[in-house]
Design a protein around this ligand. Structure first.
Ligand code: MF3
Ligand code: CO
Length: 262
């Protein structure tokens, strides 16, 4: 299937889906503290998503058993919530969530500090977030997809970290995963030409140490091979003729609000 161009009607629904998803993330951020279990975070998100007349898109996706991915410390992505896993002070936790609203998906991820963390781990979180914004400077009609990939990698590596190679971002719309695949690292060629109405989930996964990862026997959890910490940041993005629009943020907020955290 080719890359789809969304109509204004579809984009409006995706804005709604994204507003709901951003609300879920904001509420999750408020309850992160030492002692909470990763399952409690999942259950909180699942309940809230349904209250907003949405469906948790990750639940049962290719057999994934939960509504939220909760990846702690050296877990890169797809950590499975567990009622025995309590967050402790000094952890970093990535929350990846997706909703379906009115037939359309939104997908986003954030990484948070649990209590007080080391300055180096805070820098890992900050660089990961900023790498997304460095990448989307190139997310504009007429540019080519891999300009985004290259910019993400450049920023991450200049800051001394590495970009995961085994997982990529993706197109998104009526399906969670649509074409194209969006690597966060340099490719051969320049990729597809970006057009207004494309909707892309751009999601750098950044490791403090080596980029190599293992896939655990639970079939899901991805961890760093060297045990160093990893961070994740993702938004659903609309390509326009000008600055991209972030579809997975709260209504009324801008790309700049989100980037500067104001
Ligand atoms: N953001 C992740 C992705 O795009 C979430 C998928 S997790 C799954 O791959 F559980 F839904 F598989
Ligand atoms: Co995604």
């Amino acid at each position: 299937m080719a890359v789809t161009i969304k109509t204004e009607r579809e984009i409006n629904i995706m804005r709604e889906a994204g507003n709901i998803l951003a609300t879920v993330h904001d509420e999750l951020a408020k309850i992160i503290e030492p002692g909470i279990t990763t399952m409690e975070l999942n259950n909180f998100a699942d309940k809230l998503i349904r209250e907003y007349d949405s469906i948790p898109s990750f639940l049962n996706y290719n057999g994934y058993p939960a509504s939220l991915c909760v990846s702690v410390n050296d877990e890169v992505v797809h950590g499975i919530p567990n009622k025995k896993r309590k967050l402790i002070e000094g952890d970093i936790v990535s929350l990846d969530c997706g909703v379906i609203y009115n037939g359309y998906h939104s997908d986003s991820a954030r990484t948070y500090a649990v209590g007080k963390i080391s300055p180096e781990h805070q820098r890992l979180i900050d660089v990961t977030k900023q790498s997304f914004f460095e990448g989307i400077k190139f997310a504009k009609a007429g540019n080519h997809l891999y300009e985004i990939s290259k910019a993400i990698q450049k920023y991450v590596e200049e800051n001394g970290y590495s970009v995961v190679r085994d997982l990529v971002g993706h197109g998104i719309g009526q399906n969670l995963h649509e074409e194209p695949q969006i690597p966060n690292f340099k490719q051969i060629g320049r990729g597809i030409k970006l057009r207004p109405g494309m909707t892309l989930a751009i999601e750098p996964m950044v490791n403090k140490g080596v980029y190599d990862v293992w896939f655990l026997d639970d079939d899901w959890t991805v961890v760093t091979q060297d045990g160093e910490y990893s961070a994740h940041y993702e938004n659903t993005v609309l390509i326009t003729e000008g600055e991209p629009e972030l579809l997975s943020i709260r209504k009324g907020r801008t790309l700049e609000d989100e980037m500067y955290g104001r």
